[in-house]
Design a protein around this ligand. Sequence first.
Ligand SMILES: NC(=O)c1ccc[n+]([C@@H]2O[C@H](COP(=O)([O-])OP(=O)(O)OC[C@H]3O[C@@H](n4cnc5c(N)ncnc54)[C@H](OP(=O)(O)O)[C@@H]3O)[C@@H](O)[C@H]2O)c1
Length: 318
Amino acid sequence: MYAMTIPRPGGPEALVWAEVPDPVAGDGEVVVDVAATAVNRADLLQRQGFYDPPPGAPIYPGLECSGRIAAVGPGVTGWAVGDEVCALLAGGGYAQKVAVPFGQLLPVPKGVDMVSAAALPEVTSTVWSNVFMVAHLRPGETLLVHGGSSGIGTMAVQLGKAVGATVAVTAGSADKLAACRDLGAEVLINYREQDFAEMVSADVILDIMGAKYLDRNVDALAVNGRLVVIGLQGGVKGELNLGKLLTKRAAIAATSLRPRPLAEKAAIVAAVREHVWPLIEAGNVRPVIDRTLPIQDAAEAHRLVEGSGHVGKVLLTF
Ligand SMILES: NC(=O)c1ccc[n+]([C@@H]2O[C@H](COP(=O)([O-])OP(=O)(O)OC[C@H]3O[C@@H](n4cnc5c(N)ncnc54)[C@H](OP(=O)(O)O)[C@@H]3O)[C@@H](O)[C@H]2O)c1
């Protein structure tokens, strides 16, 4: 098969389309013939040499895919050759075939085409596991989503809205804020011009900025608020005022999906199938896709995402 390899870390030109060995379906795995994958910010870090795949994971980038099952390994139940699926991956989506632990498979939801389904596994799993399984967002609460127009953000806005929360977002332009409003966000904050901590009191904050926003995130938390950090785009080391946290009886969590044990990922994917798939199939939540490019144009896709020229997901097709 062919895959987008990274012979030497570097800029987008470091991605090289090359012939590589086919994967085999190990114990508890299926092999998927990949129809599409999606660009995640983590792929940019892997390409630059800052984010190696966890041990045992496919070495090519790509944290999600859609496609058809081509082979089923021993110990797999509930899935068969020919099934149309999408999958959460620890790597390997930028390849014509990928081996996937069967607990990380999801059916292509009704009403979503096979290619578009590649936009779903990473964002639904990340948002559901953090906003709902960790931070327990409830109807009537306020959710603040930083980077509301990102792949993650566009799903967080929709899921927050779908469960009856008021959703606030930050984004860097009027166009991106308008896209968030169209998805259901009610409080629109341009982070280049406004201070979110003065504009919202949030029960739950989904943060992608880390250190840079830590103090102001604590300011923006309501009493009993929950801050979940999933991205460190603004640095890893910040100063935390525990006095403010204590007064608000607030909590901070930080998680990373990719290195989690298989059983934890399977539990998250099962929860996504139970809670998020019905919302998608009812048309209340949809994949937000900025554009779709052929896998051979992965470098162009990386430039686009690096420059934040997109809203939602950028897909790569095979
Ligand atoms: N921990 C996990 O398990 C996990 C899983 C998936 C993703 N993530 C993280 O989640 C984040 C989003 O991922 P993605 O793939 O959806 O990325 P993406 O689409 O490339 O989005 C990055 C976003 O960052 C926003 N941003 C940049 N500076 C900002 C600032 N000062 N304030 C608010 N927003 C700002 C950009 O908004 P503008 O364009 O408006 O500037 C853009 O929407 C990344 O940090 C990624 O590493 C974590």
